[in-house]
Write a protein that binds this ligand. Structure first.
Ligand code: CP
Length: 372
């Protein structure tokens, strides 16, 4: 039998390119993302955001907590004239009756019949790839955390905001490809994405961390392959003096663990050398600026003591982390404008009139009174 689907959805699987990681984009495309973010940020400043996601819905699957990603996606959908649905762990069957691991195909197929774009935050990058394989609408990776597992977690929406923040604060006379970005801490999902993007651009990217805290080899290989083409530089080192000459110093969280012993071990490994202090920023250079994807462990969060960064740095005028967080909103606007557009159908005024009249006629018949 060849049964035709009765779907009213404009499914567009053909040529669909999901937003899964930064390595899928060329230098030209990364620069276009930055251009789109800048334009939409400017539009927001003027309260003139174009309605490029009008009458469309974003499904937000969160299997982990989030502040920035959730709020920025939801706000971006509203600003662009659309709507976002929070599909948190426990809110839908995914994770219970329909698990990410077992029935992700079914959920992907069903949600694609109802919403226009889906963003997913989960543990495994492979689950997002699998979801994308079965989805006929765009899938956005809103962070997959398994960096050192059997697949490579990454955080590409964060990376867009990081790139915009750097672009907005470039040293005089430098382009993005000329900058040196130094991360101090345990490299994780943001560094995978930054590694891909900065190597595509041809910039200098260094990670300074204790022995044993490194990006996985498959990511390093991809970064080095990009650098062969772009002329960029990549270094992973234990030498904190490599911070010298950095235009941007990013602190990455290193304090986590399953047991008190693991946490104590990390404290011993990272402190006091791999902590971003005012002295370290000064060592980087008189104009070096600080970045952090947040949340930061600066003596006011889960831990009573300062971990990867001091509060003094966060409160200083060298700190770009608040701009960086706000730029998540520009990133999400750019993503929804870009991915919502193929779905965008300008309604025919004759159709609107026809369905308004016909629905009211039918409802009048059902209720046996005139409905206008
Ligand atoms: N940086 C980031 O992804 O923040 P959230 O976890 O709050 O979304």
């Amino acid at each position: 039998m060849n049964v035709q689907s009765s779907s009213a959805t404009n499914l567009h699987k053909k040529d669909l390119r999901h937003f899964l990681n930064m390595n899928q984009f060329s230098k030209k495309e990364i620069l276009e993302w930055i251009e789109l973010m800048k334009l939409l940020k400017d539009a927001r400043t003027r309260n003139a955001v174009p309605q490029l996601f009008k009458n469309q819905s974003l499904g937000m699957i969160f299997q982990q907590n989030s502040t920035r990603t959730r709020v920025s996606f939801e706000t971006a959908a509203t600003l662009l004239g659309g709507h976002a649905l929070m599909l948190g762990a426990g809110d839908i069957h995914l994770g219970k009756k329909e698990t990410v691991e077992d029935t992700v195909e079914d959920t992907a197929r069903v949600l694609a019949r109802m919403v226009d774009v889906i963003m997913i935050r989960t543990d495994k990058y492979a689950d997002i790839e699998r979801f994308a394989e079965y989805s006929s609408i765009p899938i956005i990776n809103a962070m997959s955390t398994d960096v050192h597992g059997d697949d490579t977690g990454n955080h590409p929406t964060q990376c867009l905001a990081d790139l915009l923040t750097m672009e907005e604060h470039l040293p005089r006379g430098k382009k993005l490809e000329d900058v040196t970005m130094v991360v101090v801490g345990d490299p994780s999902t943001p560094e995978v994405s930054l590694g891909y993007a900065l190597s595509k651009l041809g910039a200098t990217f260094k990670i300074i961390s204790p022995e044993g805290y490194r990006l996985p080899q498959n990511v390093v290989d991809a970064i080095e392959a990009n650098n062969k083409v772009s002329g960029g530089t990549f270094l992973q080192t234990t030498d904190i003096d490599e911070v010298k000459g950095a235009d941007f110093v990013m602190a990455e969280e290193w304090c986590w663990g399953r047991t008190d012993e693991e946490i104590a071990q990390r404290d011993a490994d990272f402190k006091p050398t791999y902590v971003v202090t005012m002295d370290l920023l000064e060592k980087a250079g008189p104009n070096a600026l600080f970045m952090h994807v947040l949340p930061a462990n600066a003596g006011n969060g889960r831990w009573p003591d300062e971990k990867e960064v001091t509060r003094e740095v966060l409160e200083s005028d060298r700190n770009l982390a608040w701009d960086e967080a706000e730029n998540r909103l520009s990133a999400m606007m750019a993503l929804l404008a870009y991915y919502g557009r193929p779905h965008f159908r300008v309604p025919d005024p004759e159709d609107i009139e026809y369905y308004d009249v016909k629905s009211k006629e039918l409802l009048s018949r059902i209720f046996d009174r005139r409905i206008s």
